[in-house]
Each structure stands twice: as C-alpha cells, then as structure tokens.
Design a protein around this ligand. Structure first.
Ligand SMILES: [Ca+2]
Ligand SMILES: [Ca+2]
Length: 164
C-alpha cells in the first residue's frame, strides 16, 4: 500500500491531449494512471509506464501495467496502440510516495556505459544522483548514445572518448 501526497491531472475525459504531451508527462512526472475504455464497456485504470514506436508503422505503442498480477498479459504488462479518443483521465502522482512498510525505496541513478549520462528510469531526476546532466541517458548500454532530444529521440554522444 502506498500513499501519495497529491495527484496532478494530465487529461480528463475530453480527449484534448496529444501523444507528445503524454510522453512529456511520462518523462517529467513518472508513471501515470490512465483509463482505457474499450468500446461499449466501462473504463479500467492502468499504470502507463512507458512507450515505444512500432518500427513497422511508426505508431506509438503504450506500455501499461495492469493490477491483475504477473499472470496477466506479458508478466503483468500489456502493449496497446490507441487512438487519441482513447486518452482518458490521466493522472500523475505528486510525491513524496510513502509506503506502509516504511521502507525507503530510492530510485537508482546509474551510468552503466560510463558515458557520463545517467539513467534513473522515467520521472524527475532523483536527488540521489551524483552530479550529472539533468537529461537521462537514452541508452545506458551504449556510450555513443546520449540523452533524449526534445522530440524524445535518442541523440548521438559525440563527446564520448572512453574505452569500450
Ligand atoms: Ca550512461
Ligand atoms: Ca549512453
């Protein structure tokens, strides 16, 4: 059980948010709650935890974690292409996030490829990061790939001169 301080509304039921705005919210605020409403059915809220772009048709594939446990979908996750009319009731948690077991869950801030850009997953840069750029490493397994650009694409890291 978790307790959050507050919630930030990203979208309501008017479908007036763009996919890029949702992506920006993911990067800036972390995982989002998201209501999917299959046609003719009641809505169901899931956690939007990421996205990728299908290389075949260049359509966004949204990555959701469902509350049904690991037996659901692919290890508890499902992958959906959605029309903008299916963007409903999107919220972000506003910290701090407090757990009932009082454990302190710090977000790890890692630079595995040693290029100077760190990765902490989605959400704001945690205070636990060492001194490093504010933009996360787009690919922390490749030192020649640097941070995300303003269009959420990976940028080249021309400055990397380390040893592989
Ligand atoms: Ca890195
Ligand atoms: Ca990198």
């Amino acid at each position: 059980m978790f307790h959050i301080q507050n919630k930030i509304q990203i979208a309501d039921n008017n479908n007036d948010i763009s996919a890029d705005s949702i992506k920006r919210s993911l990067f800036d605020l972390g995982p989002l709650t998201f209501q999917i409403t299959p046609s003719g059915e009641r809505g169901h809220c899931l956690v939007l935890s990421g996205y990728y772009i299908d290389p075949v048709d260049s359509v966004n594939v949204w990555i959701f974690k469902n509350s049904y446990g690991k037996d659901y979908g692919e290890d508890g996750f499902m992958y959906r292409k959605l029309e903008s009319s299916q963007y409903h009731y999107i919220f972000a948690a506003e910290g701090p996030v407090i757990t009932q077991d009082a454990n302190n869950y710090n977000v790890e801030c890692l630079d595995i490829d040693g290029d100077g850009y760190y990765n902490w997953g989605i959400g704001p840069k945690p205070d636990t990061c060492p001194e490093c750029p504010d933009l996360p490493d787009c690919n922390d397994n490749d030192p020649y790939v640097g941070p995300y650009d303003s269009c959420f694409n990976c940028s080249c890291n021309y400055s990397f001169q380390g040893v592989l």
